[in-house]
Design a protein around this ligand. Structure first.
Ligand code: DGL
Length: 270
């Protein structure tokens, strides 16, 4: 029954929280690679090696389906994993596509040619690795034409969140929004393209202004997972236990996770 949720650290908890609320009867096993976060400053081979190791741990925990609740891993490693590494009886899915489908007003699986959509100026906030992969722009180009995307690599934000330094995280978000606005003064929509960023969503919204629609992934991924499991009920793995695994210090990670989700979360060593 279990489904795995993978992230480099704490960010995937924003997705976990939404999928748990949407699918309360499904056991979820969370894997945070906190010892190796942030991924956003690593190269693609490094992200691939770490991500495949974490996903294998989730398979061992009885999760045949794993969601990469990490844009950096989805951008830098997912395609290579799907093409040459994931066995036939397992699935690994990313977090990009549900978001892009929402932005481009598409239903799941609508593979019709790219067309004009309502939004024309989109700001993308993501880690340096996600921005340099251009995976977001590539997926968008399959579905929409005439959308101008300005990407801002938000160095330092993930480190600050992982360290629990929310004052630094807030200051960095404000300076990254300022930098983005210098390149694109009037975005209509902003994508929080890192699962850590919803923890700072209010700061992004305030700095961007009320007129900017801020898209974050958690609820979109939860809807898309619910839909996927209805179409592929066999992909709920044999695991029956929920759990939280970390490569970092379980005490420290549990305390941060409890602070972020405002409920008791207890991590075990991965
Ligand atoms: N939360 C992840 C993402 O969505 C990873 C951030 C990082 O480790 O740099 O990109």
């Amino acid at each position: 029954m279990a489904v795995g949720i993978f992230d480099s650290g704490l960010g995937g908890l924003t997705v976990l929280d939404a999928v748990q609320k949407r699918l309360p009867d499904v056991p979820f096993v969370y894997f945070g690679d906190n010892a190796h976060a942030p991924y956003g400053v690593r190269d693609a081979d490094d992200v691939y090696a770490l991500t495949t190791r974490g996903v294998e741990r989730l398979w061992d925990a009885g999760c045949d389906l794993v969601i990469l609740a990490c844009n950096t891993a989805s951008a830098a490693a997912l395609r290579r994993m799907q093409e040459s590494w994931v066995p036939r009886d397992k699935r690994v899915l990313g977090v990009f596509v549900p978001l892009i489908e929402a932005l481009t007003e598409r239903q799941w699986g609508d593979n019709s040619p790219p067309r004009e959509v309502a939004v024309k100026h989109v700001a993308l906030f993501a880690t340096p690795a996600t921005v340099s992969s251009r995976a977001f722009q590539r997926e968008l180009a399959f579905r929409a034409i005439g959308v101008d995307v300005e990407a801002q690599a938000c160095g330092g934000v993930v480190d600050a969140i992982e360290e629990g330094d929310m004052i630094l995280a807030e200051a960095l978000v404000r300076s990254h929004v300022d930098a983005l606005k210098r390149k694109m003064p009037r975005p209509e929509a902003a994508i929080l393209g890192c699962t850590h960023y919803p923890l700072m969503q209010e700061v992004f919204q305030e700095a961007l202004g009320d007129e900017v629609a801020v898209y974050s992934q958690a609820n979109l991924v939860a809807e898309s997972l619910a839909d996927y499991l209805t179409r592929h009920p066999d992909m709920q793995g044999p695991g029956t236990e929920s759990g939280y695994l970390t490569t970092g210090d379980p005490k420290r990670v549990s305390s941060r996770a409890t602070q972020f989700l405002r409920r008791e979360i207890t991590f075990s060593p991965a």
